[in-house]
Design a protein. Structure first.
Length: 416
């Protein structure tokens, strides 16, 4: 077979355009990320861009989300990038994503929203400016239950195995079509498989934000069920970038933006796969962020100090604040919100672990002995929650005032 020149393929997925965090819209973050992605495509002389599902966060994206998507595609058509291949994820509407596919195809943007009766529709031969084939892509979208034939009357275990085997068969069949096309071409072009699914060897972090792919089950697919002879497998669905089972050619690119405040969510990348003389080299390119998502925890003073440190930087932040101090702080939420900060720091979430723990402990105390009077229960609460003696004096006085006020109201009600 004739050799071809080096080929650069950028693998990304799970943009989730339109996603919010703590009800906060993030269009400005998406705009910065997509503009950066375009600059990488230009600077790295990327030939092909693969987007493996979950372009949008919902099946009915807003006009602003659509504008960001189409603006990015428009920019790509003006670059040296030769082709873009887009597959639908479980968040996407196949119909919505596929609606402009014929127009986009004229711009070398290939969209596969769902499978059809023709396996050939999922196999795309990409060509260079001289009309010479440079890559074959098995563009498999998220396989929905209606795409997979099985009996719903079977028990859960049998049902899951039927789903897994049906998914394996579909990938095998599509890959067979790709191999046949490669043989027909007589060129040593790479074959890349795209997919949007959950492999059982992949690392799933807590609160990864992914939805169940199939009713009642994430339906984990054995990694060996995917075509092992593919030159690269570009996956979407899991939000943490990773290679699967220590196999460098099977990868999840992860989400474009952090989806929560967890530390493992903060580093985001795209993968740049380069093929040269049958050798694959994969480079990880980190995605810069307009907003840093930071979780701060500690006592009130510790939280205050940590915010002051953030103020000394030139970055912008969304904060999750978790109070873990021992002291009871009156109006904690208001006090944290009024801490000195600039407009580059926005607190999106405040969690009082002290209050939550006290509530759980107090419930246990009341359950232990319902015969105790209110003041005895209050004393037990002070003891169980390790309240300092200085605070106890103040709290006892406040509690007596509450009991006195309640007693006076009861007398007034009796007189009336």
């Amino acid at each position: 077979m004739n050799k071809i020149k080096p080929l650069k393929v950028l693998h990304t997925s799970d943009w989730h355009i339109g996603d919010t965090i703590c009800s906060k819209k993030r269009y400005d973050e998406f705009e910065v990320a997509l503009n950066w992605l375009y600059s990488v495509i230009e600077e790295k002389d990327v030939d092909i861009v693969l987007i493996s599902g979950d372009i949008f966060n919902t099946s009915t994206p807003s006009s602003q989300a659509q504008e960001l998507y189409y603006r990015f595609l428009h920019n790509i058509t003006r670059s040296k990038c030769k082709h873009v291949v887009i597959t639908a994820g479980n968040h996407d509407s196949p119909t919505f994503l596929s609606a402009p596919k014929e127009i986009l195809k004229a711009l070398n943007v290939h969209v596969i929203g769902s499978i059809s009766d023709r396996l050939e529709d999922e196999v795309i031969v990409l060509k260079d400016n001289e009309n010479k084939p440079i890559l074959i892509v098995c563009a498999v979208p998220y396989l929905r239950e209606r795409d997979i034939r099985f009996s719903e009357e079977e028990d859960t275990t049998e049902r899951e195995m039927k789903i897994i085997n049906a998914i394996k068969k579909h990938y095998d069949d599509v890959f067979d079509v790709a191999k046949n096309k490669k043989n027909e071409l007589g060129l040593d072009v790479p074959i890349i498989v795209m997919g949007h699914l959950f492999l059982n060897s992949a690392k799933l972090e807590d609160n990864d934000g992914i939805r169940d792919l199939y009713v009642g089950s994430l339906c984990q697919i054995p990694v060996e069920f995917l075509p092992q002879k593919a030159d690269y497998i570009a996956l979407g669905h899991l939000h943490s970038p990773q290679s699967v089972g220590k196999n460098e050619k099977i990868r999840y690119s992860g989400s474009l933006l952090p989806m929560n405040f967890k530390p493992y969510e903060q580093k985001k990348v795209v993968f740049l796969a380069q093929f040269y003389n049958e050798v694959l080299n994969v480079e990880s390119v980190e995605v810069p962020r307009k907003k840093e998502l930071i979780s701060l925890s500690g006592s009130f003073e510790e939280i205050k100090q940590k915010i002051e440190i953030l103020l000394s930087t030139d970055k912008e932040y969304y904060l999750e604040v978790i109070y873990t101090g021992e002291e009871i702080v009156p109006n904690l939420k208001e006090q944290i919100e009024y801490l000195p900060r600039s407009n580059k720091i926005e607190i999106l979430k405040i969690k009082n672990n002290r209050l939550q723990k006290a509530s759980e402990d107090n419930s246990e105390i009341i359950d232990e002995d319902l015969s105790l009077d209110l003041f005895s229960i209050f004393e037990r609460c002070l003891e169980e929650n390790l309240i300092s003696e200085e605070q106890r004096v103040e709290l006892r006085g406040a509690f007596r005032e509450i009991l006195k006020s309640m007693s006076e109201k009861d007398l007034l009600n009796e007189d009336s």
